[in-house]
Design a protein around this ligand. Structure first.
Ligand code: GTR
Length: 322
């Protein structure tokens, strides 16, 4: 090693100490949804508030899936390479099975019921389960991920029409079981693969809320939207535990406070977006099909029994929330 290099090597640790402002936090937030989507907008506002409240904090949104699929992003957040994300509870289930209580078909009566539950003590308990798991995440708040219905290339007007259809679900065995119980053929794949899978006919359909169906262009190759309402999924906003542990208690409080504010803000944006999406989908030729939900509810009873047995008490508490 020449003298100059030796000097540099000796100085390096000090340089790091000096340059690292205590508790400086550069938040990279990953979203698979595009700019303007309700979750993205609410999260950006959260970021703005954080940066305004603490000059050591910067916030940058990476929307549109540029940092990878939800599964890839979660792995990055776990190791602290990405600081925050919002993720569907669907893909958290296989890693933190306790959250699957919210992932069960028809566990919520409707969206208002789901909102009451996530705003109350059960919502906090499930966030805490994520935080206290080995997942290396701190779960801060819930976004409303809406009500999921079926969309297919051929119309599903009654449950029998779903028979044998290959329908994409999120990567969680519970959802495969759910789709199979309804008579379809559940196929797991990442969000980003759905568009071409529909286009090429690898799948016959998928299931999601109107904003996702619209913004991810799935409606272009699936023109029938059957209002089963089988899943109503909240979506946690999470921070890497690596990041969290570097924050001062005051910074942690700020993050918690603004994340909770985003929870309430997002649902106003969500309701407006659902209404606008429904209009656009109809204008683009999507047929909205009302169905009797009971056969779908009955068909999925074994799934609730299989996965729900361990949460029997919790399910009673959820049902009791008015
Ligand atoms: C959306 C959800 C995403 C993603 C997607 C999917 O409704 O907001 O986080 O999970 O569904 O089905 O992959």
């Amino acid at each position: 090693m020449n003298f100059k290099r030796k000097l540099l090597a000796a100085a390096l640790p000090f340089a790091f100490c000096l340059s690292g402002t205590a508790h400086a936090l550069d938040i990279k937030f990953a979203e698979i949804h595009p700019a303007g989507y309700p979750t993205v907008a609410a999260e950006e506002n959260m970021g703005k508030k954080l940066a305004a409240a603490d000059s050591d904090i910067t916030f940058k949104m990476f929307a549109g899936g540029v940092l990878g699929s939800e599964k890839e992003v979660v792995e990055q957040v776990q190791i602290g390479a990405i600081q925050m994300t919002r993720v569907s509870l669907g893909i958290v289930g296989p890693v933190v099975p306790d959250v699957n209580v919210f992932n069960m078909p028809f566990v919520f009566r409707d969206q208002a019921h789901m909102r009451k539950v996530i705003d109350g003590e059960i919502g906090q308990e499930i966030l805490d389960k994520i935080t206290n798991s080995e997942f290396n995440l701190v779960a801060l708040a819930w976004m409303d991920g809406g009500t999921r219905n079926l969309y297919t290339k051929e119309p599903v007007r009654k449950i029998e029409d779903l028979h044998g259809k290959k329908v994409r679900v999120m990567g969680n065995p519970l959802f495969i079981d759910m789709m199979n119980a309804m008579g379809g053929n559940g196929v797991a794949m990442d969000t980003g693969e759905i568009f071409s899978a529909l286009q090429t006919g690898v799948i016959d359909g998928a299931e999601n809320n109107p904003p996702t169906m619209l913004e991810h262009n799935h409606y272009q190759n699936a023109k029938y939207y059957t209002l089963t309402g089988h899943l109503i999924l909240p979506e946690p906003v999470v921070m890497s535990k690596e990041t969290w542990n570097e924050l001062t208690p005051k910074q942690q409080e700020l993050v918690k406070k603004f994340a909770k504010e985003a929870q309430l803000e997002e649902r106003q944006l969500w309701d407006a977006k659902v209404a606008a999406s429904e209009e656009k989908l109809k204008a683009a030729g999507v047929e909205f099909i009302s169905v009797d939900k009971k056969p779908f509810f009955d068909a999925t009873a074994p799934v609730r029994e299989k996965y729900g047995a361990q949460y029997a008490d919790l399910m009673k508490r959820i049902a009791a929330v008015q």
